[in-house]
Design a binder for this molecule. Structure first.
Ligand code: PMP
Length: 366
């Protein structure tokens, strides 16, 4: 009867800016070799799995109660992990750095406000901006995907952004940003600056973190995640370091009890085993450098990467290449500027599968 049929999405009074939008996400396909979302390919050891299970059982015993709303134990552990003399009050945590960044834009963006970033960059940022009614503007990176400090300062002067988002190493290009450029951006920015260091643990040696700039810039924040190097993507834990007042601003906009008792407990177990959780990072750096070298050896363009993935191209029909790899059981990511594809660093067997499949595809006349 009228009124009981399930409505089509187009019949619902959706916010106009959401009409026609698709939920974000890479295809989640059941494929033997998944090199598409920059995960760490190595699961936790049986010993860590057992400790996680014990921690979950313990959390279950008090699940009638709300968890610690401020997650102070976890934030203290994260502060100790980061070092640099940070304390719990200088660290924020949420369900992935995606949520951390949403908190930043809820607190410092919003209607009539602007966030500036440097394209090409992480394709979720414009969606956080849309969801928080923040205007999204970009300045271009150089041809080799670096941020030119003078161009960045000029873009800041032009847009007077409330938030500047600097991704280092950048996704999907892998490009790290030097601290002199971050400093120039901080000196020029009228609002807050966030350096998204989701992949920083994979950076080549000598690449410094923006954490060391925090004492000099009270409006700077450095965002991190346990999803990549830490091999904890399923645990959903992202975090940020900043001045206590910056963190207080994020506390205003978070949902109460946003981090479940289970999340807090399991993240603390993982942090207690940080060296083990991070043990594959060196190996993944090697895998990245090897696959970058192999790709260059095929005559392809390869972006220099400080992350656990490599952007390569350029293909007249990148979708055809992506599909041909998928047909061979290898899932990579169709993302970035036209003609480029991105492959994550995986296990030796996964990298062999990828190079074998791509060699076949490259040898096949289009
Ligand atoms: N920042 C960057 C640059 C990313 O590439 C990603 C994940 N693809 C994230 C943040 C979000 O990661 P998570 O929410 O899992 O912490």
């Amino acid at each position: 009867a009228a009124g009981t049929a399930s409505p089509a999405l187009a019949d619902l009074p959706l916010r106009p800016e959401l009409v026609g939008e698709e939920p974000y996400g890479a295809p989640q396909l059941d494929v033997p070799v998944c090199l598409n979302v920059n995960e760490n390919p190595y699961p936790p050891s049986p010993a860590v799995v057992a400790e996680i299970a014990t921690a979950v059982a313990h959390a279950a015993g008090s699940m009638n109660r709300y968890p610690d709303r401020d997650a102070l134990g976890l934030r203290g552990d994260l502060a100790r992990y980061l070092g640099h003399g940070l304390g719990a009050e200088q660290v924020w945590a949420a369900n992935g750095s995606n949520e951390v960044m949403t908190h930043v834009l809820q607190a410092f963006g919003g209607p009539g406000r602007t966030v500036l970033s440097f394209a090409p960059t992480y394709s979720m940022y414009p969606e956080y901006a849309r969801n928080t009614h923040t205007a999204w503007v970009t300045a271009p990176r150089t041809a080799d995907f670096r941020i030119d400090a003078a161009a960045a300062v000029a873009a800041i002067a032009e847009h007077a952004p409330d938030v500047v988002l600097v991704t280092s190493p950048n996704n999907p290009t892998g490009t790290a940003v030097d601290l002199a450029t971050v400093r120039a951006i901080c000196d020029a920015a009228p609002g807050v600056v966030v350096v998204d260091e989701a992949y920083v643990e994979f950076a080549r040696s000598g690449t410094p973190s923006a954490l060391e700039l925090l004492p000099a810039y009270p409006r700077l924040a450095v965002s991190r995640t346990m999803s990549k190097a830490f091999a904890f993507a399923g645990g959903r834990l992202g975090y940020l370091a900043a001045a206590p007042a910056f963190v207080d601003a994020l506390r205003v906009v978070r949902l109460p009890y946003h981090l479940s008792g289970v999340t807090q407990a399991v993240a603390r177990v993982a942090l207690a085993h940080a060296p083990e959780m991070l043990a594959a990072v060196d190996q993944l750096r090697v895998a990245r450098d090897e696959v970058a070298g192999w790709l260059a050896g095929q005559g392809l363009a390869v972006a220099e990467s400080d992350a656990n993935f490599v952007l390569f191209g350029r293909f007249a029909d990148r979708h055809a290449v992506w599909q041909a790899l998928l047909d061979r059981g290898v899932l990579i990511r169709e993302t970035g500027p036209a003609g480029w594809l991105r492959v994550s660093a995986g296990s030796p067997a996964e990298m062999d599968a990828f190079t074998t499949a791509l060699a076949e595809v490259l040898a096949t006349p289009a």
